[in-house]
Design a protein around this ligand. Structure first.
Ligand code: PMP
Length: 401
């Protein structure tokens, strides 16, 4: 079935599939098409079942097809979704996230993470009347000309006012601020360094504090791109954990457990600017996703989701570390345990990583060889232990035993 869908898609879908979900970006054997998901399991179109460690690249935070979230969405669907204006759900959701997220005094909603990061940048420029925006080299903020990692079709003019620094490197950040002169609108930071194919890095406190201070000194906006990490590590904003508050933040992925929704949140300094900005989209006020989000946040809070994911992620990390030691394999695990990246040392072409994940896939555990993975609230200790029995076999093969 996967094969015949690929053949059909190759005739009517660009490249057979486009963007980050292309199976051609994965080792041989990975399915392109999926049929369904339930809890922490997914089924491909050929009926093969996998224990899922990608969670749809982030959105699934409570587990696939979550009964409470889906019931809330269905209830709303019976009332109406895309209407001539927002529903009551929008106000409820804005109140909810303003109550949860430490730096937020207001929220506006859109659909994709890219909508939210782009709105943050536009808002910072509008509010400050300045142009330069600083990004960390290699950081992902979306797939539009100002930030796409693939410059196909992008003109240098699109990035005329974008400057770069190295994440966690204070000196390079200061140099970029100097380069911006008096024209600094914003510094954009990810919750932590989660660049594709690389070891992840948590934010260094001195770096985060310096970014905050430089924005204050230059009347610029500190923008936190919390699209990937938000509501998975904590419900209060990822940099709340280190005591550094952004002015603006971008959210999506986990916010509605798979329903299409993103958000921009901001403090009072940017309230008037946000009201002045023409931010809009045909589907941005859709009430179903907002109802799903309210239910998602309720369950995450009631079940202390971030803490559960931390405990399960730690169990996985400890187990993998023990196995790598036992098989004498250089394996480095990085990032928060809820969002692990597992890379082999001295594996520049990812040959061992690819082999490892191909072997776990064959045994029904869907992992990624080079991107960070995602835990969900649906992963239980028994699921992690099952995954570890599979990774044990996969390590054995990679070690050539
Ligand atoms: N920022 C970050 C940190 C992301 O991880 C992503 C999505 N991978 C985006 C922005 C863009 O989100 P979307 O794909 O929903 O546009």
């Amino acid at each position: 079935m996967d094969k015949s869908l690929r053949d059909r898609a190759s005739r009517v879908v660009p490249g057979g599939m486009y963007g980050h979900m292309r199976a051609s970006g994965l080792p041989d054997g990975y399915p392109q098409f999926f049929a369904r998901g339930e809890g922490c399991h997914i089924w491909d179109v050929d009926g093969r079942k996998y224990l899922d460690f990608m969670c749809s690249w982030g959105p699934i935070v409570l587990g696939h097809h979550h009964p409470v979230v889906d019931a809330a969405a269905r209830r709303q669907m019976e009332q109406g979704d895309v209407l001539n204006g927002p529903s009551e759900r929008m106000v409820e959701l804005a109140e909810r996230v303003v109550g949860l997220v430490t730096h937020a005094d207001w929220a506006l909603f859109s659909k994709n993470g890219t909508d939210a990061t782009t709105t943050c940048v536009t808002l910072a420029r509008g509010a400050t009347g300045k142009r330069k925006v600083l990004l960390a080299k290699g950081a992902y903020h979306g797939a539009v000309p100002w930030c796409s990692p693939h410059p196909y079709g992008v003109m240098s003019e699109d990035r005329a006012h974008i400057l770069y620094f190295d994440y966690n490197d204070v000196a390079s950040l200061e140099a970029a601020v100097t380069q911006a002169g008096g024209d600094l609108a914003a510094i954009v930071v990810s919750a932590f360094k989660h660049d594709y194919g690389q070891h992840q890095e948590l934010p260094d406190l001195a770096f985060a504090q310096r970014a905050r201070a430089l924005c204050d000194a230059n009347d610029a906006a500190l923008i936190l791109d919390d699209v990937r990490a938000g509501f998975r590590l904590t419900l209060h904003g990822s940099w709340d954990q280190i005591g550094v508050q952004p002015d603006l933040s971008a959210w999506s992925k986990a916010i509605a457990n798979g329903y299409a929704l993103s958000a921009v949140m901001g403090n009072n300094r940017f309230r008037d600017a946000a009201a002045a900005l023409f931010a809009t989209g045909s589907f941005w006020c859709g009430a179903v996703a907002m109802a799903a989000s309210l239910a998602t946040l309720d369950v995450l809070e009631a079940e202390n989701g971030p803490e559960h994911m931390r405990a399960m992620g730690q169990r996985l990390r400890d187990g993998i570390a023990e196995q790598a030691r036992r098989y004498n394999l250089g394996v480095r695990q990085s990032g928060p345990v809820q969002m692990p990246t597992i890379l082999f040392e001295d594996d520049a072409d990812y040959a061992r990583g690819n082999r490892f994940t191909q072997e776990t896939l064959k045994r029904g555990v869907y992992m990624h060889p080079k991107h960070n993975m995602f835990l969900s609230v649906a992963h239980t200790a028994a699921d992690i232990d099952h995954a570890l029995s599979v990774t044990d076999d996969a390590f054995k093969i990679v070690a050539g035993l």
